[in-house]
Design a protein around this ligand. Structure first.
Ligand code: ADP
Ligand code: MG
Length: 344
């Protein structure tokens, strides 16, 4: 939060004036949005499609730390994290609602910054803010985001559809958001110990942006729809590849073989992991919050995926459940995949 700009106290505005101030610039992007903010409830029309709904709750001090997370970025990221779940169903997000509980520690301007980030995400992903709730909290900031999307019934991709012989794919590269978090946390500690040292994040631009300004994989889903590809199973990477892969194998009752040499790791992630004395592979397998898509496809679709320009790596194969879930190294050693997950 910037200290020397204007500060308007929250209690100087009524609740409705505040909602109006925060939401008046938002434009509707979707035909399915029949009524947005301003009535007792929003109205959405989805004719012949299935409706897909997902909610996330974010608590200050648990899910985000405002000492290094600018509010505009926070607003953007919370929307991304939430709509990424809709894409992971092979559906298109169209509406969101945002509910906030906020203490008088925050100014009207601070909330406007938060909503600027929300608005930018709505513009970039063509989604409509159709409602929410606003209330006070005694201390921290609490934000709940609900995304609503749609897809044809036969397009939906669940976690439980992976079959033996399917090809395992992942978009983008892995571990960046985790290492970005490590860098931000280190700089925060240095700054707390010596307030005269300003963080120099310029060397770490890529990984810091993976943490502060993630994107969701809209283009991948558009590619699937345009080419009539339906992944047999799909999940978005919020907890880390190992742990999210295990959701697919457990729910589909299969095993998997992941080839570590095929895991997409950027140079920035590799170098930063080494600097922190961490194993880049461990960061790629267990780092969370990358919001990439992990999916399995029927081998008949493999050629199409390989030829596409959607930034996908083929990382392994689905096997029988008796064969377990393993990582295979380039020297052909096998390790059992463990869902270590990731805790901030
Ligand atoms: P009610 O008293 O019926 O809950 P509110 O006064 O809380 O109505 O909300 C008025 C309108 O503003 C509704 O359309 C609601 O969805 C919307 N709204 C309230 N808070 C927010 C918010 N934080 N973000 C977006 N829309 C909001
Ligand atoms: Mg209300």
């Amino acid at each position: 939060m910037s200290e020397n700009i204007k500060r308007t106290e929250l209690n100087s505005l009524g609740e409705f004036a505040l909602i109006e101030k925060l939401t008046k610039h938002f434009k509707a992007n979707n035909q399915s949005t029949k009524k947005a903010i301003g009535d007792d409830a929003a109205v959405i029309s989805n004719a012949d499609k299935e409706t897909v709904v997902s909610t996330d709750l974010f608590i200050e001090g648990v899910h985000f730390d405002l000492s290094y997370f600018p509010l505009k970025h926070l607003g953007y990221k919370l929307v991304i994290a939430n709509i990424s779940d809709i894409y992971a169903m092979n559906a298109i997000p169209e509406q969101i609602t945002i509910s906030i509980a906020v203490s008088n520690r925050f100014s009207v301007e601070a909330l406007e910054e938060l909503y600027q980030g929300i608005e930018l995400a709505c513009e970039n992903y063509k989604i409509d803010l159709v409602g929410g709730d606003t209330t006070s909290s005694t201390k921290g900031l609490i934000i709940s985001v609900t995304a609503i999307g749609s897809a044809k019934k036969e397009q939906l991709a669940y976690r439980n559809g992976a079959k033996v012989g399917d090809v395992i794919c992942v978009t983008g590269d892995l571990g960046g958001a985790y290492l970005g978090f490590q860098v931000l946390n280190r700089e925060k500690q240095i700054h707390l110990e010596n307030p005269n040292i300003q963080p120099d994040l310029s060397k770490h631009q890529y990984i810091v942006s993976r943490q502060l300004k993630p994107e969701a994989r809209k283009k991948t889903i558009q590619f699937f729809h345009e080419n009539n590809i339906v992944p047999t199973a799909m999940i978005d990477l919020s907890d880390g590849l190992s742990s999210d892969m295990m959701h697919i194998t457990k729910q589909s009752n299969v095993g998997c073989r992941i080839y570590d040499a095929n895991l997409p790791i950027s140079k920035e992630v590799f170098d930063q992991a080494i600097e922190f004395n961490l194993d880049p592979m461990t960061c790629a397998l267990n780092g969370g919050e990358d919001y990439e898509l992990l999916f399995t496809i029927n081998p008949k679709d493999e050629g199409m995926i390989e030829m596409s320009d959607i930034d996908v790596s083929i990382i392994g194969k689905i096997t029988a459940v008796e064969d377990d879930s393993v990582i295979v190294t380039s020297s052909n050693k096998e390790y059992k995949l463990i869902a270590q997950g990731w805790k901030a």
